[in-house]
Design a protein around this ligand. Structure first.
Ligand SMILES: O=c1ccn([C@@H]2O[C@H](COP(=O)(O)OP(=O)(O)O[C@H]3O[C@H](CO)[C@H](O)[C@H](O)[C@H]3O)[C@@H](O)[C@H]2O)c(=O)[nH]1
Length: 327
């Protein structure tokens, strides 16, 4: 039996494939629009295709004995989702419906879904639990929340069970140094800072300095991508063993760092100084997002192993090695 990884050539998907290989057969489905061939693991079977395409899915489910699906494939940029909402609803919601229809048709009943802290919107408590109200403030968050609702309905109607993982800010690179975080164009804070420190850009921009936070910049909860990857495997094994069914879990380290603090740590680890431009707020950004991950710790025994310094160290090792490579 194999696990199907939709989006296995992307950042979090590729790190999860690395953790699965050796213990599980892995099939990766990716259309390579935001993923990179260089992140693909040669020990996994790769299918280049779109999960919104029924014929591709027929082929995947007919040719492979799929036991479960981990679904990472999505557009995930808050700013872009505000400018191009229909792209987000079409890809993140529409294509997922096609995938779910085919899973039901072929009797594949286990689903691990990549959701996001963006479903909470502007939280009314400093630390966010799964009980917090979900009021997303951008189309990206709304698209993920819509899928969460669709999963609940699907599980009521069909032989189908799921775990939803709401990630906070994924960061860091694999310990092997073989894979790491990259987007094209780069959009995420830590790679933007590290690429700048490697001389790829003249300056970095900090979006907003007037938030209600101690230093005025946004606070986020960063969680190592390998810790996220391991949470998927625990969730899947929990479904198999009947320990969990149709649950939602936050994934974060429980500590908030401001944009200024992240820049400071990157400077410290790289030994280089950043040129910073202080600019306007970016639409769709809440001031503070920090997770309580107590629920997944209690139920599945997940504990994050890496702190922010280690995330940046691993990311710096990967970027220093690979920034010249066309990825
Ligand atoms: O050049 C930059 C890039 C980012 N930021 C700031 O740095 C923080 C982190 O920004 P990222 O773009 O790295 O991450 P987000 O918090 O916007 O988004 C992340 O968390 C979200 C959940 O809140 C979603 O899951 C999303 O996919 C994921 O990338 C934000 O305050 C952002 O405004 C800057 O100041 N300058």
């Amino acid at each position: 039996m194999s696990i199907l990884i939709c989006g296995g050539a992307g950042y979090i998907g590729s790190h999860t494939v690395k953790e699965l290989i050796g213990n599980y057969e892995v099939v990766v489905l990716d259309n390579l629009t935001t993923g990179f061939p260089v992140l693909l693991d040669e020990k996994a079977t790769f299918i280049h295709g779109d999960l919104g395409d029924e014929e591709t899915l027929d082929r995947v489910f007919q040719e492979h004995s799929i036991e479960a699906v981990f679904h990472f494939a999505a557009n995930s940029l808050v700013g872009e989702s505000v400018a191009q909402p229909l792209k987000y609803y079409e890809n993140n919601v529409g294509s997922t419906i096609t995938l779910l229809k085919k899973m039901v048709e072929y009797g594949v009943d286990k689903f691990i879904f990549s959701s996001t802290a963006a479903t909470y919107g502007i939280p009314d408590s400093a630390i966010i639990t799964e009980e917090n109200p979900v009021r997303p403030i951008n189309p990206y968050g709304r698209s993920k929340l819509m899928v969460e609702r669709i999963l609940a309905d699907t599980a009521k109607a069909h032989d189908f069970k799921y775990v939803i993982l709401r990630y906070f800010n994924a960061a860091g690179a694999h310990a092997s140094g073989e894979i790491g975080e990259s987007h094209d164009p780069e959009s995420h804070l830590i790679p933007i800072i590290l690429q700048h420190l490697l001389g790829e850009s003249e300056k970095i921009s900090v979006f907003g300095t007037d938030y209600e936070t101690p230093d005025g910049t946004c606070i986020r909860d960063y969680v190592h991508v390998t810790d996220l990857a391991n949470a998927h495997i625990l969730a899947y094994e929990g479904l198999v063993k009947g320990k969990v069914e149709n649950e939602i879990f936050n994934l974060g380290n429980g500590f908030g760092y401001s944009v200024k603090e992240v820049i400071g740590l990157c400077e410290q680890i790289s030994g280089k100084k950043a040129a910073v431009e202080w600019t306007e707020r970016r639409p769709g950004d809440p001031a503070v997002l920090v997770a309580s991950s107590k629920k997944i710790q209690d139920i599945l025994g997940w504990t994050p192993k890496y702190n922010l310094e280690e995330m940046i160290q691993s990311a710096w090792a990967w970027h220093s090695k690979s920034y010249n490579r066309q990825i």
